[in-house]
Design a protein around this ligand. Sequence first.
Ligand code: BTN
Length: 329
Amino acid sequence: MKETTKENVLKLLSEHNSNFVSGQEIADTLYITRAGIWKAVNALRKDGYNIEAVTNKGYRLRLEKDILSLEGVQRNLDKDGIEIKVNVYDEVASTNDLAKEYAVSHSDDIVMIANYQTKGRGRRGRSFFSPKGCGLYISFLLHPKTDIEKATQATCMAAVAVCKAIEKLTGKDVKIKWVNDIFLDGKKICGILTEGATSLEDGSLSYMVIGIGINLYIPKDGFPDEIKNIAGVLFPEGELEEDMKNRLSAGIIRELTNLLGSGDIDDYLEDYRSRSMLIGNYVKILNGGTVSGGYGKVEGIDDECHLIVRRDNGEVEALSSGEVSVVRY
Ligand code: BTN
């Protein structure tokens, strides 16, 4: 077939940005027959382009290999008998905000998953860089019947769940930096933000939202300056596999649901400790603790997921929140 016909079909489809273009429109614009379109589409497919053909809709060029969809997440969850409701979005402001809005008028648990966020939020009021197509943004809205102290452990469970899902799917060796950042090869690839609401009547936990943001692929324009030295991605090699976002979402839902349901706290703590980047390291305490600042050696993680630090003056402190950075000599 004429090379130009193939190129023209490709150009027309890519101008429509992953939207369908009818066969009629292609035929009228490029002055070719239906059979000519079909030949061009098949030739492009042979070149590796992912072109969908749907009756009554036409053709569309899938620009990404790894496409997040509700159908895909459910397909990967089905065999596990997991019942939690899942919603999937292309663009949202923040999946955590969406989950909190849902909580206002619903009492069931739900998982909100998005392809990108325009106002992704991180810990300590920071924003969370959530560009289109490069990451996975997941929030669990949960109504645990437990006290707040125990519920905060769900954050650490989420870190374990993400690690397990990643390890099972990719075989990559990920580590947890207390409390809940996940690192691959020394770079942060995932952050977790847990939020909750308490009842004014008795101070009990009304609901909690666990928000997980994972950097999957290198953003087209790279990471912003503020995070470019610390941020990394799970797949620096690019989109090699289809369905990864769906499989990873389903994997995280499966692992976290199992951990929350098992009630076996010791099991999860061992999993958390064995992936810790900090145990045995000398750290700077950036904030948190009774005295802000200072240095100490991390001796372990206790059963409440506190970081046990022996300060330079010999005092041992259990940090329940805050941030530390590993001191490198
Ligand atoms: C951090 O590293 O500071 C925590 C980042 C948490 C980001 C996730 S992405 C999904 C959810 N929605 C948000 O707005 N934030 C969390």
